[in-house]
Design a protein around this ligand. Sequence first.
Ligand SMILES: *Cc1c(COP(=O)(O)O)cnc(C)c1O
Length: 418
Amino acid sequence: MALTSPFPRIDGELWAGERRVTELVAEFGSPLYVYDAGVIEAAYRRIEAAFSGVDLLIAYSVKANSNLEILRRLKALGAGADIVSLGELHRCLAAGISANDMVFAGVGKTEEEMEAALDAGILAFNVESAEELQVLGRVATRLGKPAPIALRVNPDIVADTPHEYTRTGHGATKFGIPVDQVLDLYRSAADHPMLEIRGIDVHIGSQIMEPAPYEKALDQVLRLAAEARAEGIDLDFLDLGGGYGVGYDEEDGMSVEDLAAIVVPRVAETGMRLILEPGRFIVGEAGILVTEVLYVKRSGSKTFVIMDGGMTDLIRPSHYQGFHRIEPVVSRDEAAHEIVDVVGPICETGDFLARDRSLQMPAHGDLLAVHTVGAYGFVMASNYNSRRKPAEIVVDGAEVVLARRRESLDDLLLGETL
Ligand SMILES: *Cc1c(COP(=O)(O)O)cnc(C)c1O
């Protein structure tokens, strides 16, 4: 069968790959994260094809979805990784990704993290402050291992992202080094016997829909790279970060082809390798969260659809006011649309998946699918209210892999003493 859109509806029922979602839930329970491996591969290949005109490393941004099965599959496609913690390094190494294909970002790297990444043979640390550079130089000296570095530039660009928490490229955020300090820091790195300058880096935010802010950021890093080069400081790579937006309401995501048309010729001209750090674009549309209706409650002017999944499973609606399309797994064509709040069972008023949403009125026992949760979904799940984190499965055509089993009650007690 030809399945074009992720999670198509066939005869009134939602499918994942070549499997009925209802059957997957019967086997693996609810709530359940379902990922379609074909959708992940298609997004990866799209970026690869768009940027084929330049020496490219796609360093998948692991924080978007760090499930080992997904990391393993991305590694098989040729991906490296953009990591932000020792835990992510550990996961990536376990999934078989070579440290030499990893860049290490983050404003607060500890000495423990620096040591581990140096030992593993990381491609580069994307350094975010003068003080971090000093500490990294000390750690490298102590270990007798030169530290490969890039400087993360804060280009002071306000990218138009849907929420202020996902803007990282303007001067008032904690990220990156102010443009006017970058060259001085390159000079001091060049003077340090145990720091090896490898590249330049910028990441302006997340869920960006237009290439324009990237073009501005690119202008800045290319100018800085040329100035560094003029002083004899050579840079092997330019890391343009991630942030390419996806369609949360069936609209098109960012055109990586349009972005590539701007970026590829200008980077190719410099001879530098290009590193991209896409996270959401690769996995976002590949995931749904399936959750079951427990109760429908009418209260004054409001109708609440109370689900077995909530903010502990998916926090984007309450944390970022994120919109996620929600639809019944099995259509109820006889049911009228009503305006409802789709809420979870957690003891917080902020526990909702959607507010004031028009939905075919579901009933006790129905399944709803929350779309576009492949990125920043499960990875932000918590055990608040002593809830067990849901299972994650990966569907590949007709095959299904239990990528992470549902947590057990004993998992909740792990590490505690009595
Ligand atoms: C989060 C992050 C990314 C990925 O962002 P997406 O919006 O998921 O593509 C890339 N690079 C850095 C440094 C990040 O912090």
